[in-house]
Design a protein around this ligand. Sequence first.
Ligand SMILES: Cc1cc2nc3c(=O)[nH]c(=O)nc-3n(C[C@H](O)[C@H](O)[C@H](O)COP(=O)(O)O)c2cc1C
Length: 185
Amino acid sequence: MLKIHILSSTDRPNSNALKVSRYAERTLKKHAQTKIFSLADFPLQDVAGGKYGKAPESVETFNNEFLDADGFLFVIPEYNGGFPGVLKVFTDYLPFPKAMYRVPVSLIGESAGAFGALRPVEQFEQILSYRNALIFPEKMLIQNVNDTFDENNGLESEKLEELLQKQLNDFPVFVESLKGELVNS
Ligand SMILES: Cc1cc2nc3c(=O)[nH]c(=O)nc-3n(C[C@H](O)[C@H](O)[C@H](O)COP(=O)(O)O)c2cc1C
C-alpha cells in the first residue's frame, strides 16, 4: 500500500496547520497508509548553534521516520508573508541531496489573510524545485482560515471543499503513477 506522510509545517501549539492536516488525512487514508508529523515535535533545541552536516540523532530519527514514504503533503501556514522559520530549519537538516529527490509532494496553504498562504506555498515550491521534488499541480489555498475552515466539516464553501477533496483524491493517483518509475532511480 502507498505511504503518504503529512507535515504540519509549524511548531505553533494548537495550530490550524495541524487541524487541516488531520482533516486532509481523513481523505488520504482511503488511498494510502498515512501518518501526520508536526514540526512542534521537531527537536529544534538540538540544532541550536548550527549542526549542519552532522545532524544530532534526534533529528536523524525525526527525518528518517518522516522520509519513509512514497509521497508527502505539506500543510503550510503564512507567517509574515512567508512560511514558518522552523520549516526552513527542518529542510536544512534533511539529508542532501537524497531527501525529496524525485519525490511527489502536494501542498496546502492556510492563512488568516485573504491570499491563503499563496506566498509561502510558492516560496516553498522554489525550495522543493531546487531539491528536485515532483510538485503536484493541484493545491488548495485556504483563505481566512479561522472563518472558512472547521476541522470536523472542512471548508465552508462547497466549491472549495470540492477542490480540496479533488486534490486529496488525485494526489495518491499521482504518487502511484510515479512509484517505481522515478523515485530512487
Ligand atoms: C508569526 C505569525 C505571522 C503571521 N503573519 C501572517 C501574514 O503575513 N499573513 C497572514 O495572512 N496571516 C499571518 N498570520 C496569521 C496566520 O496565517 C494564521 O493565524 C494561521 O492560521 C496560522 O497558522 P497556524 O495556526 O498553523 O500556526 C501570522 C501568524 C503568526 C503566528
